[in-house]
Design a protein around this ligand. Structure first.
Ligand SMILES: C[S@@+](CC[C@H](N)C(=O)[O-])C[C@H]1O[C@@H](n2cnc3c(N)ncnc32)[C@H](O)[C@@H]1O
Length: 301
């Protein structure tokens, strides 16, 4: 696969009529030498001596980029209160990885919230994949201030196996249920790992010991592109079919209305609109309400 040509083609996405104004607004932002970056629950940026005129310009640019699904981010007094409190997932996973001097990929990285958080671990290389021009623009906006060495590729999980190098640790969070060929996706990630490498992944799951998966007829929790929701045992089988030697279950957690909720930074509906108003254990379609399993899958040495 010719990734150079694919990259060139995808760069053209930035000229689309909904994306080009974002790109122009990012380019028009002032450059600041002194930006303090704090990597806590919010990725917080403090710009010294920020004028009210510049602050207004920054806010206006951020508001052009709705929806902000992942975050939160803070730039001086501006708090980008994203739909997801992504620190909940990140803080849950952080005790389970050590990225020091590792080549790390976050596949389906959205605007890069987790990648920014991972900077605190001093990885050797940090690369995000997400085939979305809007989320890439959000990343560029934040990185305009952070000036990190994170590489953002507008590529998909299907390209990981063809990438120019392999990874020590791959994250692939909240992507598996969007894929119509989940074992194929896991194989691509497996091939993208170095020997002894690790995959950290989360996905929707259903309860039960059987090795089965729910296949929503149309939508799940109002989301159109959800294909398979496995039991934990089915997910383990998928990983073994893809080649992984060993799978650890890190956590099982129901998504609650604190983690995903409507804020002024998204224009659409959120979790409370996706659940049955009479039974919060069910989605509006009558399926079990969203619950996630977090795993670490190991590639043999
Ligand atoms: C549900 S979000 C998950 C975001 C983040 N990883 C998280 O867990 O919070 C799914 C992400 O996958 C991205 N995506 C869509 N198609 C993809 C593909 N082919 N490969 C990788 N990511 C993809 C979307 O743009 C979106 O950012």
């Amino acid at each position: 696969m010719d990734l150079t040509q694919l990259r060139q083609e995808r760069q053209k996405w930035l000229t689309w009529k909904n994306i080009a104004p974002l790109q122009q607004a990012i380019k028009a932002l002032p450059v600041y030498e002194d930006v303090e970056v704090e990597l806590g629950d919010a990725v917080a940026l403090s710009i010294e001596n920020l004028t009210s005129e510049d602050a207004a310009k920054i806010e206006q640019t951020a508001r052009m980029m709705l929806p902000w699904r992942k975050g939160p981010f803070r730039i001086n007094d501006l708090f980008i209160d994203s739909e997801w409190q992504s620190q909940i997932k990140y803080n849950l996973l952080e005790p389970h990885f050590d990225l020091q001097d590792k080549v790390v990929g976050d596949i389906g990285c959205n605007n890069g919230y987790y990648l920014f958080r991972m900077l605190a671990h001093n990885p050797k290389k940090l690369i995000g994949f997400d085939p979305s021009a809007i989320y890439y623009s959000q990343f560029q906006f934040i990185d305009h201030f952070v000036r990190s060495n994170i590489i953002y590729e507008m590529l998909g999980v299907e390209h990981v196996e063809f990438y120019e190098h392999k990874f020590d640790t791959l994250f692939c969070l909240g992507v598996l249920y969007h894929r119509s060929d989940p074992v194929g996706m896991l194989k691509s990630l497996y091939k993208g790992l170095n020997k002894g490498g690790e995959l950290i992944l989360d996905t929707f799951m259903i309860d039960g010991d059987e090795e089965i998966a729910l296949t929503p007829k149309e939508r799940y929790s109002k989301i159109p592109n959800i294909y398979f929701i496995p039991t934990v045992n089915a997910l383990k089988n998928w990983c073994h079919r893809a080649g992984f030697a060993h799978v650890e279950v890190l956590e099982i957690k129901k998504t609650d209305l604190n983690e995903q909720r409507k804020t002024e930074w998204i224009a659409t509906q959120s979790l409370e609109d996706f659940l049955d108003p009479n039974d919060p254990d069910k989605t509006v379609e009558g399926y079990p309400a969203p619950k996630r399993v977090y795993i670490k899958a190991h590639k043999a040495r």
